[in-house]
Design a protein around this ligand. Structure first.
Ligand code: TRP
Length: 332
């Protein structure tokens, strides 16, 4: 790690294959950031068990998510690619930080309120302290910037408050993390309800395109995309479905809206939808074949995970050692 480069950290939950919106909005940006920053990217397995998981499925999803990071272009040599649970420092710092976090602060987290009303039979303590674990993830690596979606902004704000409070008592221990709001290429909306964001939890199987969907499935989903009763491919008020398809097409082909409008002048929505479906399938094809290759090479995947865990441990232990000393533990 070069000392003068800014540090980036982000984690994703392993539960659920990323959809096209996650890929275009987040993963592609992560890949680009490797050029400029020292990056650490992780699979948040510890976070995922705040909701009950099937163990066999979870294990498979952790491996799949990890392989996907590499397939998408994250370089395990250049960046730290790790599984959160492989590095015990996360849980350890989370405990310490929980003693510097107020009950009232955690009670105000909107995600806690949402999730506890959705799962009233399992409002476990982990669900409540989840943002403290996330703060630990961030502060352990002294991250300068944290790329997150808008839904995680409140958690990042809390991480900043915890850092500030801790630094206020003990001096400069933690770097203040800034949110890195992705100047994302595309905000991808649901293909079935284009005023709603594409979501992992959408019940309608045609609403989201998963990045591991095969070519035919992708094309079929785009053919069924909800549009409007007009015929003109252009970006106008009230044409949410078409605008969504245009911005997806723009993101995967690097064409501008003007170029797209003239490309489809005089053609119908059918041609346009097919073109978008094909362009998305073409864009995802290299990632998908790379994913297959990596998934079949179990030894390589395991080796990357182990090396990632070691690097993650080493970098984060420095922070934790400092914390131990500051709070007054006995350090040898
Ligand atoms: N909570 C985040 C999510 O559900 C995942 C996450 C865990 C994370 N730790 C993080 C994101 C640290 C950024 C930084 O999406």
């Amino acid at each position: 790690m070069e000392e003068n480069r800014k540090k980036i950290l982000s984690l994703i939950q392993p539960t659920n294959t990323p959809h096209l919106g996650n890929y275009l909005g987040a993963m592609q940006n992560w890949v680009k950031m490797q050029e400029e920053f020292d990056c650490a990217y992780g699979i948040a397995d510890l976070h995922s068990i705040t909701v009950r998981q099937d163990p066999v499925k979870l294990r498979a999803q952790i491996k799949e998510s990890y392989a996907l990071l590499i397939a998408a272009g994250l370089d395990p040599e250049r960046s730290i690619l790790f599984v959160q649970g492989h590095n015990p420092n996360h849980a350890e710092l989370a405990w310490i930080l929980s003693c510097y976090t107020q009950f009232g602060e955690l009670s105000r987290m909107t995600q806690f309120k949402d999730k506890s009303s959705k799962h009233p039979d399992n409002i476990n303590a982990g669900l409540f302290t989840y943002p403290v674990l996330m703060a630990a993830d961030i502060l352990l690596y002294q991250a300068d910037m944290v790329p997150v979606g808008i839904d995680q902004k409140q958690h990042l704000e809390l991480a900043r408050n915890i850092a500030q409070r801790f630094n206020g008592v003990y001096g400069d221990v933690f770097t203040m993390p800034e949110p890195y709001i992705t100047q994302s290429t595309a905000k991808v909306m649901s293909l079935q309800e284009p005023t709603k964001k594409m979501s992992k939890s959408d019940e309608n199987p045609n609403a989201s395109v998963w990045i591991l969907d095969d070519r035919d499935t992708i094309i079929r989903k785009f053919k069924r995309a909800v549009t409007d009763s007009e015929t003109e491919v252009c970006a106008r008020e009230g044409k949410d479905g078409i605008v969504n398809l245009m911005s997806i097409y723009a993101a995967v082909t690097d064409k501008s809206f003007d170029e797209i409008e003239s490309e489809f002048k005089g053609k119908g929505y059918g041609d346009f939808k097919l073109a978008v479906g094909e362009a998305v399938a073409d864009k995802l094809a290299p990632l998908q074949s790379e994913f297959q290759r990596i998934s079949n090479d179990k030894a390589y995947l395991e080796d990357c995970m182990k090396k990632g865990a070691e690097k993650a441990f080493r970098v984060s232990r420095r922070t934790l050692a400092k914390v131990h000393k500051k709070v007054g533990f006995v350090v040898f």
